[in-house]
Design a binder for this molecule. Sequence first.
Ligand code: KIV
Ligand code: ZN
Length: 459
Amino acid sequence: MDRPRITIFDTTLRDGEQSPGCSMNVQEKLRLAQQLDRLGVDVIEAGFPIASDGDFEAVQRIAASVRRPIIAGLARACSGDVDRAWQALQGAAHPRIHVFLATSDIHLKYKLRITSERCLEQARDAVRHAKSLCADVEFSPEDATRTDIPFLCEVVEAVIAAGATTVNIPDTVGYTMPEEYGQLIRALYENVAGIDKATISTHCHNDLGLAVANSLAGVQNGARQVECTINGIGERAGNASLEEIVMAMRVRPDRYAFETGVASEQLYSSSQMLAEITRVPVQPNKAITGRNAFAHEAGIHQDGMLKNPLTYEIMTPQSVGVPDSRLVLGKHSGRHALALRCEQLGHQFERRELDEVYRRFVVLADRIKKVQDSHLLELIQDVTSGDVSRGNVSKSEVTGNQGKKFPPAAAALPLPRAVSAAANSNEAHPAHASNTGQATMLIPFTDHHSEQEDYLWGV
Ligand code: KIV
Ligand code: ZN
């Protein structure tokens, strides 16, 4: 039987970009939007066109060049915003206007200073206006989770009658609890006339660390769109993390029997690209895409992993696109291996650009033996920014110790003697002796799962 399909609405370029230190220029947004397209998200919220000329241009350029997914533009519930969003979305193959208006007493009283009657009227009018321009209209009652439920039902019913095709239920301040949020979604299904005409969506913030759990509770209770961001970036503590939601459904279909269109092998490169563009690093223990997500340090864990990776891993690194660490990049590596690692880091090159990356890579590899991802990213940045001054790395740069860009020969972490010995004696889990003579742990990439176990591995 087919599993229900969940629409993945990515708001990295809008809500995500609102987080401190995460702003992006038009070119960067375009590059990330192209990666989101490769990742397979259904909707890209490209920006808030009235907010700035830069946002307007980003939405316009993404709309013109990213043709498969729906491209959404955000608007407050007033005709000026809606018109501006529509102007930016004109060239989109699949445009969506996303209108929002706060509905909670606290926002109506202190922020908007309007009555609930006025709020209802304004929401209905804005959606009607958006609908007169665009067939695909989403409405978000901001701060929905702190809104009086009968009033929320009234607003949702009114906007659906006015033509909203998606109604999003934001937990704007990250206040709700999973069970409570699930009940709220259920209450809408039970009390709103015409709800079957719209898709109900989740939009959860992470102030209490519950954004993913709340989103999943929403899905379990009938929501069929999830709004989320790469690396969970977003206002304050962030939004629900796209990679965590997608992989929760892939690894636990026994609990969450839903499909998404996401190509999970693109998760790691999407995460890396965002971190590189914003220069906001991914926390090492970040689920799915952090550098420790598939690392095993404790002796007991390493022992278990060597015997059978199922002991300590619930999904394969390959299933989320974490590069195969056996593929060591050094002076003997070819163009193909280099191109593959670049792709895994979120960079696809034309032949001529790759030639230049390769030329610099060989010079570097000759000096530092093992080229780490961080070196490669710096080198790529030099090539893409046309910086020739750093192209040929000087000897002092690679041999000095302090404040230098490239360290001396890249150090692989030594394994405890017992584990490396065990690894060496096990054909299926070979240890690799690096140029420095140290053993590196290579266990995650063995062929370790049977068909029955596939569900555990998200494959
Ligand atoms: O968190 C929120 O309420 C929002 C809305 C604009 C959807 O981001
Ligand atoms: Zn938000």
